[in-house]
Ligand binder design. Sequence first.
Ligand SMILES: [Zn+2]
Ligand SMILES: [Zn+2]
Length: 387
Amino acid sequence: MAEKRDYYEVLGVERNADADTIKKAYRKAAIKYHPDKNPGDKEAEEKFKEAAEAYDVLSNQDKRARYDRYGHAGMGGAAGGGGFGGFSGGGFSMEDIFEQFGDIFGGAFGGGFGGGRSTRSRTATRGSDIRITVKLTLSEIAEGVTKKLKINKTVACEACGGTGAKDKSSYATCSQCNGSGYIITVQNSFFGRMQTQSVCPTCQGTGRTIKDKCTKCSGEGTERGQEIIEVKIPAGVSDGMVLTVRGKGNAARQGGVNGDLLVVIEEEYNPQLMRDGNDLIHNMNITVTTAILGGEVEVPTIDGKARIKIAPGTHAGKVLRLRGKGLPDVNGYGRGDIMVVVDITIPDEITKEERQLIEKLAEQPNFKRAAGVENQNIFERMKNFFR
Ligand SMILES: [Zn+2]
Ligand SMILES: [Zn+2]
């Protein structure tokens, strides 16, 4: 970085100058080197920034004390303590200055350069966003998927490349702002004369107007069209999530900024595997005999089936976990489980023979007493499980 001038020298004040003197000196410098007064003058712009930087330090007690002790070396980087995040990075931008010191140009002083701020950044027109819903299966969610979406939208006019002008020579300098892109309005207020800058309404800040319009789009710069957009959907997304694809929305008027494409995720309903966060719940019906004798059953998984063992004496409401068979976390924090919730099916009808067998069974000692009462209440068990 080029050697820095002393801050007191920059503002032309004594080292023991009081706050008011410093403020006045800065205001004087700011008005003298203000970019509106010195359009296109790089040196003035540098001086303007230099004064703002000096004022930022000297108007703050802490920073000034540090500067007095250590000079510019004390101002660098993290030690800068807020403000503009340290000047070591090469000063700050005009935007910063208007943002931070806008008030010093403002009405309270009368006749200053009001506003400034973000109105200086030219506000280009922006196209609208497009919202589209994408339905995903469980396996698409589990793996992540790239979808090719055909979107009907506003696109840049092919004939004029989105400019809205017939050709390169079709432009004229905006007569309202004389090409600067902004206009200054003067208002008289209690405090004095106030000047406000705003984006030129005629040219929307571009500084030029179109003399001969493109005949295809009548000067709009846009037309209806279609675009095939590939959207990468990460694994683990869930219903209602919105992915933003920047700049893939509708094109803006006369070459402005495109809107965004908002992709809303919709999960296809899967009654076999119901989602609970990254876990999947499967309600499994087993027969009475399997519940008593144990056995092996088939469970649906995201990409197929798994066989699991049912232990002898399995009660309704028991939950079996298939670890890591659920969905991946969208932020990469592991994977959920499949939780198999056991239910026992009682046959609606039985044959005469079956009736005889069951009646015989009912006489046996282990079937005579009711199974442990504490196991009967499925709702209690479920409640405990989900707690
Ligand atoms: Zn056109
Ligand atoms: Zn204009």
